[in-house]
Unconditional design. Structure first.
Length: 328
């Protein structure tokens, strides 16, 4: 019979974990300290009376940022908290819901989902499906794409996604207005960044919450974009009198710079990619082309340009194919 001895390695590890955990250590068993769940740092920035921005990192989705790259807006109303977009994971959504309750001292009245992209929708799970509102086209898009977005997010963001499943919004919106007592929110159904982009306008603050139709100081993403429709949407946004604009990515601003820079970026990359295609350059050569100097101040310019070449080139090739069966 062998004597059972305490495992020296485990107890050393436990001691280290306890030391690292500081004052909380006596309250938690060592294994829980060691496997402490990942937590997002939600740092609400007050933009106005009863309006907060939880700013996304101006980065691509990584295992380090857990996908927390999109802007989230929280509004206080007499009917409860109103939230715009839910972030990249269940964990983010749960932290967001807790934050909104803490900031407003009320329950969640409404959660708007601006479009289908995973950095904006995978926190839905933390909210009642009846509170989640978006356009019919966004719901259809999520039904079609949700599975592959989930796979991609689990691959890239890893453990941050644990337990995350996509929840579809139940409340369908067109263009119109919702009254929350102390605040009325207009919804404007637009498109261009994706097949359906919901824009919100808060009448009280004069804030235009533009979703990913506007990027500021960060290169726009184009995998589901229709550039022509996007430019029309930008022109329409510019025509709406507003005090401040909150882009989907980047700082809130009141100068028109977000709309202007987004349009300039779309024009720049489209001209460059089309030009490369007309010259007969292949994808690798098109990717290697330099970008104009003004784009140096835009985060992820090179990365997003390369992605845009990768999906716009096949579209240009498809346009160029001779149409079969037409005379002449
Ligand atoms: Zn997007």
């Amino acid at each position: 019979m062998t004597e059972t001895r305490p495992d020296a390695t485990i107890s050393r590890r436990r001691t280290l974990a306890l030391l690292a955990a500081g004052p909380l250590a006596p309250l938690l068993p060592a294994f829980e300290v060691a496997a402490a769940p990942l937590a997002y740092r939600l740092d609400p920035q007050k933009l106005d009376d009863g309006v907060w921005l939880v700013a996304g990192a101006q980065e691509a989705i990584t295992a380090k940022n857990g996908g927390a790259i999109a802007n989230i807006v929280i509004l206080d109303t007499s009917a409860g908290a109103v939230i715009v977009d839910t972030g990249p994971s269940r964990r983010f959504g749960e932290q967001l819901a807790a934050l909104a309750r803490e900031l407003t001292g009320k329950d969640i009245a409404r959660v708007y989902v601006t479009h289908i992209h995973p950095d904006h929708v995978f926190g839905n799970q933390a909210f009642r499906p009846e509170a989640l509102a978006t356009t019919e086209r966004v719901v259809k898009g999520l039904e079609e794409m949700g599975g592959s977005y989930a796979d991609a997010m689990y691959r890239v963001a890893g453990d941050w996604m644990r337990g995350t499943e996509l929840v579809l919004p139940r409340k369908i919106l067109g263009s119109g207005v919702e009254d929350f007592g102390s605040r009325r929110i207009r919804h404007l159904a637009m498109r261009g960044h994706t097949a359906s982009d919901l824009v919100l306008f808060d009448e009280r603050s004069g804030f235009l919450i533009a979703g990913d139709l506007v990027f500021l100081d960060r290169a726009p993403t184009t995998p589901n974009a229709n550039l022509e429709q996007w430019r029309i949407a930008l022109a329409n946004l510019g025509g709406i009198p507003h005090r401040r604009l909150v882009p989907g990515h980047g700082p809130a601003e009141d100068s028109g710079r977000g709309i202007e820079d987004t349009r300039r970026w779309l024009d720049t990359i489209e001209a460059q990619i089309r030009g490369a295609f007309e010259k007969g350059l292949d994808v690798t050569e098109a990717i290697a082309l330099p970008l104009p100097p003004w784009t140096l101040r835009i985060a992820l310019a090179r990365y997003e340009y390369e992605r845009s070449v990768m999906h716009l080139y096949p579209r240009l090739e498809a346009e160029r194919l001779p149409s079969v069966g037409k005379p002449g």
